[in-house]
Design a protein around this ligand. Structure first.
Ligand code: PEP
Length: 249
């Protein structure tokens, strides 16, 4: 039985003041809410502060990135063990912003997936097509290629206790979400693609939708059978909007 997971990706936003205020507000908004996993991924520099602010709440901590190296001369990076050490549970990898601005390849992202599994952390693997790929009818082949980078190296078992976030790039930060039917069709394809290797793993893997999810459109998206919660960018910076999304899930 899958439980939905709603996770906030704060991206490059925050300050010590904002981290405390937003977490305090989220704790109030979400007290007593059950039945849905909830996590927030603040910038790495605020993870330790966020862990303390979240103590005793049911909101889990996530991170936005991980390095493929475990330690050593890799200036500016954070390792899987470091993220675990500061209390992170879910780690976003393969976000389109990292694929684009940091030229991260499918193979490099698969390596991150592997490093996270080895550390006992839960990868949140973002996949999804650009607008041009969507218009060219390449959505499924792009998603399959991005999944295959993990499936062909680690096997379907790697998706046990992992999360996939389908995030069409044209929907991220644009205010133009995929329709529930559009998203459902891709989520179903993703599940079927994994089922070709392992039906049980495919049945239990959480597949979030991401891309302009907000308080107004979340409930309809979550009526779809293969949409298991959301990865939320902009709306995760407002406690009231994020809480509406969590309650809808
Ligand atoms: C994201 O960046 O993961 C995202 C889904 O952003 P937004 O909700 O702002 O579209």
């Amino acid at each position: 039985m899958r439980h939905p997971l709603v996770m906030g990706n704060w991206k490059l936003n925050g300050s010590t003041l904002m981290v405390n205020e937003l977490i305090l507000a989220l704790r109030k908004e979400l007290s007593g809410v059950t039945g849905c996993g909830v996590a927030i991924a603040p910038p790495a520099i605020y993870l330790d502060q966020a862990k303390h602010a979240l103590a005793g709440s049911r909101i889990d901590l996530g991170a936005q990135n991980v390095d493929v190296n475990l330690s050593g001369a890799f200036t500016g990076e954070a390792s899987a063990d470091m993220l675990k050490d500061v209390g992170a549970k879910y780690i976003i990898i393969g976000h389109s912003e990292r694929r684009t601005y940091h030229s991260e390849s499918d193979e490099f992202i698969a390596k991150k997936f592997s490093v996270l599994k080895d550390a006992g952390l839960i990868p949140v693997l973002c996949i999804g097509e650009s607008e041009a790929e969507n218009e060219a009818g390449e959505t499924k082949s792009v998603c399959a290629r991005q999944l295959d980078a993990v499936l062909n190296t680690l096997g379907a078992a790697a998706f046990e206790n992992a999360v996939i976030a389908y995030e069409p790039i044209w929907a991220i930060g644009t205010g133009k979400s995929a329709t529930p039917a559009q998203a459902q069709a891709v989520h179903k394809f993703i599940r079927e693609h994994i089922a070709k290797q392992d039906a049980e793993v495919a049945k239990q893997v959480i597949i979030q939708y991401g891309g302009s999810v907000n308080a107004a459109n979340a409930a309809e998206l979550f009526t779809q059978p293969d949409i298991d919660g959301a990865l939320v960018g902009g709306a995760s910076l407002k406690a009231d909007a994020f809480a509406v999304i969590v309650k809808a899930a």
